[in-house]
Design a protein around this ligand. Structure first.
Ligand code: GUN
Length: 297
């Protein structure tokens, strides 16, 4: 391996430490505690794991954490009523409704019912529009974490060619907007892109977010490029059992890249750290206080 390994786990710990310092300062100077409410509908096992982890880390940085666990058959109207109660609650600065929601609930309707100022996922249509027009917004956590790691590694991203693989609303599209905001030349590539290997070979920065295990081989990577792997895919091991892999083939990409995030331990830990950062930012904005430096886009 020749690439520098970008340690997302360690980076996330430094982000949480910064958040914790700000939170204790807010308490001392303004008697203010940022609050995050997480809403989980149903019993999807992966979602339960995420929500538990979010709650634990929220408390660890000194924030107020509230969890609402609702039955899978909760009517949409009840969910909308809960969101409205949280919108009005002055102790809550961030609201996250865990996705996916059950089929009988219109997820867009629920997300767009969240007060955009409390939308720490950055999924509300107002925040999407603000990000797309380069205005101050709440930024989705996974792309924000990727941006922080890229800025930390490169300093300035200005003028670099960035290829984002994947066009999802949660990662691909906001990632492209953030890279454009940092003056990269941005290409969004996807399943219909012609000559994908050649497109990726032109990239100084590759962000892979397609959800296809080990899809990107090392010979697609420009020597010295930075590879940010958002994928988390579980595959069978030849000897039995399973393991987690990214969207990039780590070993061959690491032979060519200048820097690469591992899976696990790369982008994943940054997502919750950025959720905490967003909750702190939302709290500061709600009270007209200066935003924490280095924790926003
Ligand atoms: N489910 C999986 N990831 C996420 C996320 O980042 N936000 C929400 N709300 N739900 C998710």
């Amino acid at each position: 391996m020749t690439a520098t390994r970008i340690d997302g786990k360690a980076f996330a710990a430094t982000v949480r430490a910064k958040v914790a310092t700000h939170v204790s300062h807010l308490k001392e100077t303004h008697d203010l505690t940022p609050g995050l409410a997480v809403v989980l509908v149903g019993e999807d096992p992966a979602s339960q794991v995420y929500v538990r982890s979010k709650g634990k880390q929220t408390v660890e940085v000194g924030m107020h954490s509230v969890e609402h666990k609702l039955d899978a058959d909760t009517p949409e109207a009840d969910l909308l009523a809960l969101v409205e109660t949280l919108n009005q609650d002055p102790a809550i600065h961030g609201i996250l409704v865990q996705l996916p929601l059950p089929d009988h609930v219109n997820a867009d309707k629920v997300i767009n019912a969240i007060d955009p100022a409390k939308d720490v996922d950055g999924f509300h249509i107002s925040n999407v529009g603000l990000l797309g027009t380069g205005q101050k917004s709440m930024v989705p956590c996974t792309p924000l974490g990727c941006l922080m790691m890229l800025r930390d590694h490169h300093g300035s991203l200005s003028g670099l060619n960035a290829v984002v693989l994947g066009r999802s609303n949660i990662v691909g599209k906001p990632m492209a907007q953030l890279l454009l905001g940092d003056s990269c030349t941005v290409t969004i590539a996807h399943s219909r892109t012609k000559d994908l290997p050649e497109v990726v070979r032109g990239a100084d920065i590759v962000v892979a977010a397609v959800g296809r295990p080990q899809m990107v081989p090392g010979d697609w990577i420009k020597p010295g490029a930075t590879v940010i792997d958002v994928g988390i895919n579980r595959i069978e091991k030849p000897e039995g059992g399973t393991r987690l892999v990214g969207d990039c083939d780590f070993d061959s990409c690491a032979e060519v890249a200048g820097a690469i995030t591992p899976v696990p331990g790369g982008v994943g830990p940054m997502t919750i750290a950025c959720l905490l950062a967003n909750t702190l930012t939302a709290c500061c904005r709600a009270h007209g206080l200066p935003e924490p430096e280095g924790l926003t886009a």
